[in-house]
Write a protein that binds this ligand. Structure first.
Ligand code: GRF
Length: 222
């Protein structure tokens, strides 16, 4: 990718789709040079499908239940994405694990968003686990998907303080606000050709800040 190119995105969802909305909004306000070629949901009732349709974005429902294996399900997704010449896949609340069928077809071209500061609290209860553990700083992570659950190279993170009276819902809601900032930002870094992978590390080209003052802790997005 280069600075002026537009990245062709495929977005996979399973539910509310607020991160999908954040990506759409970033495109609309000119903060992200991307075109969403297709939104795929594995659930026909996902609210995110309606968000996509409202913006005239093509949608597809590919139900995992209808496939005999994870690989067959992934092959159907892959075919739909290839049909639309998708270059980068964004998992925005997509609740299925991808098999090598997808991972090998899009090496370091699949991003996921998770509501904890990985590698702490992987899995589906990030905010709850953070409160129960007693950490003072929670947050969210955008990472490249690799085999395994929430273990791929970290692209961007945002920190969110845990408040004394937080419950799971309140903390998750504040984390979600940060997700909406960093996911479009990470996609934009990809679009600008600024992400380089060195082992487990994702180097952001043109970011000369020191770790302690990095604006990427809570990055500006526009
Ligand atoms: C987010 O909290 C994300 O971190 C997790 O699932 C949630 C999806 O929310 N993976 P939405 O569907 O984007 O609103």
């Amino acid at each position: 990718m280069t600075e002026n190119s537009t990245v062709k995105l495929g977005v996979l969802i399973s539910g509310t789709g607020s991160n999908l909305q954040a990506i759409i909004d970033a495109i609309l306000r000119g903060a992200l040079k991307a075109e969403i070629r297709l939104v795929i949901s594995n659930r026909p009732d996902a609210q995110g499908l309606e968000r996509a349709r409202r913006h005239g974005i093509e949608t597809a429902v590919i139900e995992h239940r209808k496939f005999a294996s994870r690989e067959d399900f992934d092959r159907a997704i892959l075919a739909a994405l290839r049909d639309r010449s998708v270059e980068l896949v964004a998992l925005a609340g997509f609740m299925r694990l991808l098999s090598p069928v997808m991972l090998d077809a899009f090496p370091t071209r699949i991003m996921n968003i998770h509501n904890s500061l990985l590698p702490s609290f992987p899995g589906i209860h990030g905010p709850k686990d953070a409160i129960e553990y007693g950490v003072k700083i929670a947050g969210c992570t955008v990472f490249f998907v690799t085999p395994g659950v929430d273990v791929g190279p970290v692209i961007v993170q945002a920190a969110v303080p845990v408040l004394a009276d937080d419950d799971e819902q309140r903390l998750a809601a504040r984390i979600l606000q940060q997700e909406h900032r960093i996911f479009p930002h990470a996609i934009s870094l990809f679009q600008q050709g600024r992400l380089e992978i060195a082992g487990r590390r994702v180097i952001i080209k043109g970011d000369s800040s020191t770790p302690n003052s990095s604006p990427l802790v809570n990055p500006p997005v526009d």
